[in-house]
Ligand binder design. Structure first.
Ligand code: EPS
Length: 407
């Protein structure tokens, strides 16, 4: 099993992540990880903070001469903004003179945090619940991508809609109907990287930018939907043997763990629920001697197991909770009604969220790859993978024709 732990407050000194369980000898491209960190920071509609931060990893352990040692990998990402918060976020002293935050913002972890942890200052809720933590997660997910590269698995994404403005081309549907090749999907994600909103369509981008400008003027915020796709998947990751081994369950959990994500579906789940089965299920065909599906409406899993078709995950991000035109709240010090606190924030962060989605999906797949093919070194893992692929791909017939007991 692989695992990671992140630490760090939004305005603390730094974020850090410890990654454990990866095989030795895995080449690690730090530029690639830093590039994902940069991608997560970009996007039209971010607030002032992103002008302050320049996220990059500093490797503290676990890597020698560009390859993993098999020991825990620890990475650090500096918070440049810390300089402006040394007093408010001091590790020592009694906080005298530091103003307490007492008015919770609807939609944030502000109120539940003080209820649960018995804080007397909402700042204590804000700091760890902040989406700043996702920088550390992207570092872990991008590290997982380094493992997936060895098996040709690619995880890409694009923003499908913001503020209800969809692409007229409906890319997700084209992917699920198998009308886009893997190469075209990778190209779509690269096109999205060129866009300030990570959308694949220029006219859609212009409309959304207009909407964001209007929304910002009125002090409001927006959410949206993004699609994450994993390509070159092997069939057989996950299991139906127990509820907590199902791949789709793990994916849903990973996506719902992303700040502000409130909905997730694999394939066309919600649309499929309203259709007859004959227009939903993917017919089975043979391609290059291997069983395949003619469409991919299931989004790459059946029975909690990867089918070998692209994994397609859509996720819904709610609008950012900090409003400049605040909703009603209360002052916890007086219990009197008052407008919620205004505080520097993003107006839209769906493009960033799509990059975090890639990280979480890459992490779940890497975890499953290690469960199924794990070895102490990457070479051992690749040998295990190759022998399984030869078995499922070329020799699957033997299971039936020779009644072999040994598989
Ligand atoms: C966030 C509020 C903003 C965002 C932040 C998440 O930060 P600040 O309070 O410093 O203005 O910019 O996101 C990040 C710092 C980041 O790296 O994504 C929040 O309240 O969740």
């Amino acid at each position: 099993m692989i695992r990671f732990l992140t630490a760090g407050e939004s305005h603390g000194k730094s974020l850090s992540v410890i990654i454990e369980g990866f095989p030795s000898n895995l080449p690690v491209d730090t530029d690639s990880i830093n590039n994902d960190l940069r991608r997560r920071q970009s996007g039209y509609g971010r607030g002032g903070r992103m002008k302050i931060e320049k996220d990059r990893i500093e490797i503290l352990s676990g890597i020698r001469f560009g390859r993993t040692l098999g020991s825990p990998v620890s990475l650090l990402i500096k918070n440049n903004d810390w300089e402006n918060w040394t007093e408010k976020m001091a590790h020592e002293g009694n906080g005298e003179g530091v103003e307490k935050v007492t008015i919770p913002r609807p939609g944030h972890a502000d109120l539940v945090g003080v209820q649960k942890y018995a804080f007397n200052d909402i700042r204590n809720s804000i700091e760890r619940s902040s989406a700043r933590e996702t920088a550390a997660r992207v570092a872990a997910g991008s590290f997982a991508k380094e493992l997936l590269k060895q098996f040709g698995i690619k995880v890409v994404s694009f923003v499908e809609s913001i503020g209800g403005i969809d692409s007229p081309q409906n890319f997700t549907s084209a992917i699920l109907e198998n009308r886009m090749t893997g190469e075209e999907i990778v190209k779509l994600s690269a096109t999205a990287d060129e866009s300030e909103l990570r959308v694949g369509d220029k006219s859609q981008e212009e409309k959304i930018i207009e909407l964001i400008k209007e929304t910002k003027k009125s002090g409001d915020t927006l959410g949206g939907v993004f699609t994450t796709v994993a390509l070159n998947m092997p069939a057989g990751l996950g299991s139906f043997m127990h509820y907590d081994r199902r791949l789709d369950a793990k994916i849903a959990s990973a996506f719902l763990s992303i700040n502000a994500v409130k909905g997730v579906e694999i394939g066309n789940a919600f649309e499929n629920a309203g259709k007859p089965g004959s227009r939903v299920h993917d017919e089975i065909i043979v391609k290059n001697g291997i069983p395949e599906r003619s469409t991919n409406r299931a989004g790459g899993t059946e029975g909690g197991v990867s089918t070998g078709m692209p994994l397609v995950v859509r996720a819904a991000m709610k609008p950012i909770s900090t409003l400049m035109m605040p909703l009603k709240s209360i002052n916890l010090a007086t219990m009197e009604g008052i407008e919620a606190r205004r505080e520097r924030s993003d107006f839209v962060a769906v493009p960033a969220c799509s990059v975090i989605g890639e990280a979480m999906l890459a992490w779940v797949i890497a975890e499953e790859m290690v469960i199924k093919f794990g070895g102490d070194s990457i070479g051992e893992m690749i040998r295990n993978y190759n022998s399984y692929m030869a078995e499922t791909g070329i020799n699957i017939k033997n299971n039936f024709t020779e009644a072999s007991d040994e598989n």
